[in-house]
Write a protein that binds this ligand. Structure first.
Ligand code: TXA
Ligand code: MG
Length: 314
């Protein structure tokens, strides 16, 4: 497996590999994706195999335009408004699938809906266009590992495997959290997975709320173990052991940890989100008895950050 800097030549090489049914590691503005041609069942199956992912976990279909998305899902008035406001960007829309549109059945893992996203990162946009097909792409990490925000993370996760055939390096992911997944079939935007676009941002456009805990539509991908590093995570830590490493937030943090990284010394939640996975990866690589994390405000992007941390702590 090769990591190469993304440019028009290497993007075309990657597009050819996708057309041949291979997987490609690709940067998006949220996290790196493990991409396959979404119309090729075998290639999509290869994603599940490569990730070691539970097969009931459906995948997001990435498109380069709203017009392309409309080939695969039925847009509602709510979805039109959300796409107009937030695409391209870290928003995924769950909508009824159009039958026989060519999207592999495996992508929706048996559901009659498909999750679609139009990403902002120029590399994946060019790749979609060069491949001539929409791309199914989960985060490019083995199942149960943290999400990758650099090409190196992708390489490390799949180092022992033959896929992805190629990893395009497009720099660090700027958002650093996965997209917000929204059920847009009704008149209210229902957040199935908190992510890089906040509830407050959605509410500037339309009625929006988090999905009710035990609702049947809650995102099937929200498995408890989904975001686990190797070391134990201890959240809401206000003091720290000298053998622990510390993930801090804000200016006033406990001292005495074996090693400390700060998500945002100025308490900026956007900066914290962008740093989250990269810093967890760094701390996880250090010998310690565990990773302590200081409290993070549960507002704006803090909700998604705490959601990830809680899962990782379980
Ligand atoms: O930012 C992102 O969304 C990244 C980048 C690569 O685009 N992708 C990503 O994909 O996080 P993945 O497969 O790791 O997460 C997809 C999420 C899961 O929570 C899954 O359950 C949900 O989207 N999902 C996909 N299709 C769905 C559907 N039809 N109904 C409900 N939830 C769906
Ligand atoms: Mg994932």
């Amino acid at each position: 497996m090769e990591v190469i800097i993304a440019n028009s030549e290497t993007i075309h090489k990657a597009a050819k590999l996708l057309q041949e049914g291979h997987l490609v590691g690709v940067p998006t503005e949220t996290v790196y994706g493990l991409a396959a041609d979404a119309t090729n069942d075998r290639a999509v199956a290869l994603i599940f195999e490569t990730k070691g992912r539970p097969s009931f976990n459906p995948l997001i279909v990435h498109v380069s335009s709203l017009e392309q998305a409309k080939h695969y899902v039925q847009f509602t008035p709510l979805a039109e408004r959300l796409a107009a406001a937030f695409w391209p960007g870290p928003l995924t829309l769950v909508l009824p699938r159009i039958p026989d549109s060519g999207i592999s059945q495996l992508v929706g893992a048996g559901l009659n809906t498909i999750a679609v996203r139009c990403p902002a990162h120029p590399v994946i946009r060019e790749l979609i266009e060069a491949a001539g097909h929409p791309l199914a792409a989960p985060s490019a990490n083995p199942s149960g590992w943290m999400s990758p925000t650099t090409a190196q993370h992708v390489h490390d996760g799949f180092a022992q495997q033959t896929e992805p055939a190629l990893i395009l390096d497009g720099g660090s992911a700027s958002v650093g959290l996965e997209s917000t997944v929204v059920d847009a079939r009704g008149e209210t935007a229902i957040i199935l997975r908190p992510g890089g676009l906040s509830l407050e941002a959605l509410q500037t456009i339309c009625p929006a709320e988090y999905v009710k805990e035990k609702s049947e539509i809650s995102s099937p991908g929200m498995l408890a173990k989904h975001y686990s590093p190797k070391h134990k995570i201890r959240i809401n830590a206000t003091e720290v052991d000298s053998q622990e490493v510390l993930l801090a937030f804000g200016p006033d943090t406990p001292t005495g940890a074996h090693h400390t990284l700060n998500l945002s010394p100025t308490s900026d939640l956007v900066e914290a989100a962008a740093n989250l996975f990269a810093m967890l990866h760094q701390l996880d690589a250090i010998e310690s008895i565990g990773i302590a994390v200081t409290p993070i405000p549960n507002t704006g992007l803090g909700v998604a950050i705490n959601d990830r941390l809680k899962r990782a702590a379980e």
